[in-house]
Design a protein around this ligand. Structure first.
Ligand SMILES: *Cc1c(COP(=O)(O)O)cnc(C)c1O
Length: 386
């Protein structure tokens, strides 16, 4: 078994189309935000549909920061986030001097619990940040109803959720503002990058200005419009979050493949479902409606207490069999900064905490062959049936 090559946990799927588009950009003389980024934004907005606008940024973290700034989050405000997420979801709240309020998830989906959101609302609460864990949509109808009832905004962390649907609608069309990630291991990549999507022109306008130093026109506009190129006005102390055309070139071509990528992920997830079903583990939840789409950014399983092996040893044994696994997530309430700043205790997040202790993300990506997946299945079976 050690003769076989190590199967990494994730790999980007980059082809000649992306490489040629990048080379075209490099030869064009315009390498920062320009025509490719504009085209990528237009294509992405069309892909999400329902009249959204999209603005490209250099990470989802940057996009989430812009989104919270645009909806007016400020010092002392509270923003409700799941503890079961990556630290980026919470850190952007702190960037603005506001407080992330961590809540528990639901046991079946590992998505933020609407009941826990309700219980966490205070007079300081301004927004809810659902995270569509692994690519499965949160209960957006219930979350939307809570938000309307309490006058809260919804900013979706959709880093895992391309393409995800909820009750037939694309994630990105539901709430005030939604942010996707194109980090190297996500369902499509630009190396680093993200996209902010909204139907609200005021929020889009604010994000556009704050994305580039608070300048009222971007560099490409300046060099292509009739007013003098040297003239610009700074209307706010903004950030430097624009996506360069070199990255957008990759994204343009990745987006053309996203349906095929997703089809491959779906087939692989179904195969895992079938071939792991009899093992002592909980398989990932599926959408409530069979017609809805799970993006399958991750394939997270949870080992049962009677599996005969704990999570850490399982991952170590998979590694000795040449297979890379990962864990999603180490909950925020276990990270020193969040635990100590807000006196978070494990007992406050029983579902999240138990999920973390049992969770293993198996490799699932489009560059895996059927043989690669057979190896993952065989290794998991060997570890869990001996
Ligand atoms: C990857 C990820 C992010 C951050 O995305 P970047 O593009 O790397 O900034 C945010 N939230 C979640 C849940 C993620 O998985």
């Amino acid at each position: 078994m050690s003769q076989q090559k190590f199967l990494p946990f994730a790999l980007p799927d980059i082809g000649d189309e992306e490489i040629n588009e990048v080379v075209d950009t490099l030869r064009s003389g315009w390498v920062t935000t320009g025509p490719k980024a504009k085209q990528f934004e237009a294509d992405f907005a069309a892909f999400i549909g329902d009249g959204v606008e999209a603005i490209a940024v250099n990470s989802a973290t940057a996009g989430l920061h812009l989104a919270l700034e645009a909806i007016g989050i400020g010092p002392g405000d509270e923003v409700i986030v799941p503890s079961y997420t990556f630290t980026a979801t919470a850190e952007v709240v702190r960037y603005l001097g506001a407080h992330p309020v961590c809540v528990d998830v639901e046991a079946d989906t590992l998505n933020i619990s609407p009941a826990a959101i309700r219980a966490a609302i205070t007079p300081q609460t301004r927004a809810i940040m659902p995270v569509h864990f692994a690519g499965l949509a949160c209960k957006m109808d219930e979350i939307g109803a809570i938000a309307r009832e309490h006058g809260l905004k919804v900013v979706e962390d959709a880093a895992h959720a391309l393409p995800t649907t909820y009750q037939g609608k694309m994630i990105g069309t539901y709430s005030d503002i939604t942010v996707f990630s194109f980090y190297a291991n996500k369902t499509m990549t630009t190396g680093e990058g993200g996209m902010v999507v909204s139907k609200n022109p005021d929020l889009i306008a604010r994000c556009k200005v704050m994305r580039l130093h608070g300048i009222s026109r971007d560099a490409f506009d300046r060099y292509t419009s009739n007013t003098p190129a040297w003239f610009y006005e700074v209307i706010a102390p903004g950030y430097k979050y624009n996506m360069p055309d070199i990255a957008a070139a990759i994204g343009l071509q990745q987006l053309k493949k996203i349906r095929r990528f997703h089809q491959q992920r779906e087939v692989m997830a179904q195969r895992f479902d079938h071939e792991l079903a009899d093992l002592p583990l909980t398989l990932p939840a599926r959408p409530q409606l069979a017609s809805d789409t799970h993006a399958w950014h991750l394939y997270p399983v949870r080992l049962h207490a009677d599996a005969g092996i704990n999570r850490d040893d399982f991952i170590a044994q998979m590694a000795t069999r040449g297979i890379g696994c990962s864990v999603h997530f180490i909950p925020l309430h276990r990270q020193p900064i969040w635990r100590d700043s807000y006196q978070l205790r494990r007992e406050q997040f029983p579902i999240t905490d138990a999920a973390f202790e049992a969770e293993v993300s198996l490799p699932l990506y489009t560059r895996m062959s059927a043989d690669d997946q057979s190896r993952v299945i065989a290794a998991a079976r060997a570890i869990l049936t001996t």
